[in-house]
Design a protein around this ligand. Structure first.
Ligand code: APR
Length: 313
């Protein structure tokens, strides 16, 4: 059987860590692309040299071009810049729209049948940009945000209960941070509703910590943002696609009639399989949850409108 091919664009912290997780899981051959000369080549070679120790078989290529990416099954986009001191949100958006548009156009041209997973921030606007530029059908474009938030939330719950992380299952919707829509009534520990194990007040603290999860890491690292968990979240999505596992994961997926969104990428539970987003699952929301989700969708629309102004051509 032919090995899957995964291209990771942006070989920085998140991109290189994606390669590490993907190689360890033997998901397929990997191509690392970055604008910095020598860096993706060096990281690819270094990772390949680890393969006899960790016993994974994969061709791992580093490049500054796109020819080597041809025929990829999955394209992961992590390229972009982080917000620098004094930089406005709009300036960051403008720069990253240009980067994501440029790399998507090149990558999509060489891998017209791939599923695109977008990781670059601000996520919702970057997924929208990648979708527009690629010309791919909506099911083959998806953004990573919810799996990371869910993982943070589940890890805090497991620590609080004192149980295995394997037994916590949860659902979150909406965007990152303030836009996150926690759904405690869809959270279980070994099948037990979380409310029976953790007080409402403690759960609220966990939700707040999850909302600020990215900032908590930035505050500790000081010179960068999180990458182990974001990369693991991205590779969980890639694995579900490559192996057609059809996992149910919260992703930024295109919703039109779903939840009455009207044609934007927002964080919703999806079935991820070989065609990308196989299905958006519509769960029942109460009034408060609907209100939070509507606020998140409003924010996504505003951001996409702004991103559209910066799109080249
Ligand atoms: N083409 C290819 N690579 C590019 C381009 C480009 N046009 N522009 C920037 N890059 C590369 C940079 O050279 C860098 O190596 O993207 C990489 C980004 O890596 P880091 O700066 O280490 O950032 P990282 O922490 O990996 O985050 C990447 O993921 O989670 C999100 O918010 C995060 O948007 C950010 C992205």
């Amino acid at each position: 059987m032919k090995r899957a091919k995964i291209t990771i664009i942006g070989a920085g912290n998140v991109g290189a860590t994606c390669a590490h997780w993907a190689a360890a899981k033997e998901l397929g051959d990997l191509v690392l692309v970055d604008i910095v000369e020598g860096m993706p080549q060096g990281k690819a070679l270094d990772l390949y040299e680890a393969s006899p120790i960790e016993n994974f078989d994969a061709r791992i290529t580093g490049t500054n071009g796109y020819e080597e990416t041809a025929g990829s099954d999955v394209l992961i986009i992590t390229s972009g810049i982080a917000r620098k001191p004094g930089m406005s949100r709009d300036e960051l958006l403008q720069t990253n729209v240009k980067i994501v548009a440029e790399v998507t156009a090149k990558a999509a041209e060489h891998s017209p049948d791939a599923v695109l997973i977008v990781v670059s921030n601000p996520l919702d606007a970057m997924v929208h940009t990648a979708w527009k530029v690629s010309g791919f059908p909506t099911n083959r474009v998806v953004g990573q945000a919810g799996v990371l938030d869910m993982a943070r939330y589940c890890s805090f719950i497991a620590a609080e209960v004192g149980c295995s992380v394997e037994d916590v299952s949860a659902l979150l919707m909406g965007g990152h941070g303030d836009d996150m829509v926690p759904l405690p009534r869809y959270t279980c520990v070994g099948g037990i509703p979380v409310g029976q194990l953790i007080s409402a007040g403690k759960l609220e603290q966990i939700v707040t910590r999850t909302r600020n999860g990215g900032a908590e890491i930035v505050g500790l690292l000081k010179t960068g943002s999180a990458y182990y968990a974001p990369a693991a979240a991205t590779i969980a999505m890639a694995e579900s696609i490559i192996k057609d596992k059809r996992r149910v994961l919260p992703c930024a997926a295109h919703c039109d009639k779903e939840y009455g969104v009207g044609g934007y990428f927002v964080g919703v539970p999806c079935i991820l399989g070989s065609n990308g987003v196989e299905k958006v699952i519509e769960v029942e929301l109460d009034a408060k949850e609907r209100e939070l989700f509507a606020a998140s969708v409003k924010h996504v629309k505003e951001l996409c409108e702004l991103a559209g102004k910066f799109l080249p051509g």
